[in-house]
Ligand binder design. Sequence first.
Ligand SMILES: *Cc1c(COP(=O)(O)O)cnc(C)c1O
Length: 442
Amino acid sequence: MPTMPMPEKGISRDDLMARLHALKAHDADWRRGRMFGLIYQAGGDLEEVIDEVYRLFLFENGLSPMAFPSLLQMENEFVAMAAGLMGGGPEAAGCMTAGGTESIFMAIKAAREWARSERPDIVDPEMVVPVTVHPAWNKAAHYLGLKIVLTPVDEDFRADVEAMREAVTDRTIIVGGTAVTYPHGMIDPIDRIGELARERNLWLHVDACLGGYILAFLRRLGLDLPPFDFAVPGVKSLSVDIHKYGFIPKGASTVLYRNETLRRHQFFVYTDWPGGVYATPSLSGARPGGPIAAAWSVFHFLGEEGFLKLARTARDATVRLMDGIRAIPELYVLGRPPATVFAFGSDQVNIFEVGARMKERGWHLDFQHRPASLHMTVSPAHGAVVEPFLEDIREAVRAVSGVKPENLSQEAAMYGMMGGLPDRTMARDFALSFLTDLYRLK
Ligand SMILES: *Cc1c(COP(=O)(O)O)cnc(C)c1O
């Protein structure tokens, strides 16, 4: 890679901002509600409020709660509110982290330390989780030296608990489930996984990164949802992202434990550093003040009433979108998604080509394989675009109906190829080369 010289002299603030605006002009235009995933938009004046909150805490560092007691207080209050929402009792405890990946890492690390003290005979620990868990679990297993055993899901894309039971061995220390799963928006049968965990003395972590902060409110609205949180006796920890259905900018998640004894396994302490005793709750050292202040603020600014309203809006939009999609004969919705995330596919048209045509019309949908489908994460702000979306998808399906395989767009062809490669080491090499090329100055 060619190195790039740093500018010798600075430029004016006006020039700088002009350069940044020019760069940003090519970014996805999420404000029009045409993006599903990546950004969770509440709408209203929340964005302006969070902007002000961030500026107030922009440079403060959560690494030192002594220097910045406001951050400590906001984190403790936020975590206590979160634990209450997730069915935790007065013993519940938790921390804020930088995102779902860090929350899952922390819970799995805590579980590993717990197993080292509870079950010291196990030297090569394993975890048993359904294939639909987020790749952050695979990443955590890879980094933390655990074997991950993946089990199938049922026809409704929920964990097959009998298959999990069969996969548990004397080396298993962790079982997991998700509410709601990223690929299909489903809730795993957490109560039954909890029974398994209790029978075999396993740590059950529930990944509610995506669903937690919307399910809590959908449940209060009276939706019939299966239990997924501390109400299930076997659940020891939960991860819940604030930067998803908490509607604040990236860099904010929660990891919760049934009690402080379990949380102790998460902490890291080093007492012999020449710089002094070093003790941190989570992976990060320095921690930005903005996400902590934003998390605290969004709960106070919207309150339960505001969150209930947003949850209702997002769920209503989801139901209208799913109904509209089901009404198109060529399309079907995968499973019966109970919240605000779902995927749809087709046995009759190339669904990736439909996605590519939607992109031409300005709609950003994630492409998924197994089965091939398009993915939607519905935000309250999408309530306003349901009709234009459905009009465009009807047209896209019509346009794609007659397309021959050789006339597929490049994007559709590439996704079809990647999903279909029988040799996964080829897909892996392809992805590694893609990353190598992406992160290189051109
Ligand atoms: C988003 C997500 C994660 C990972 O969270 P990041 O914030 O991207 O690190 C984990 N699990 C589920 C179910 C998710 O949707």
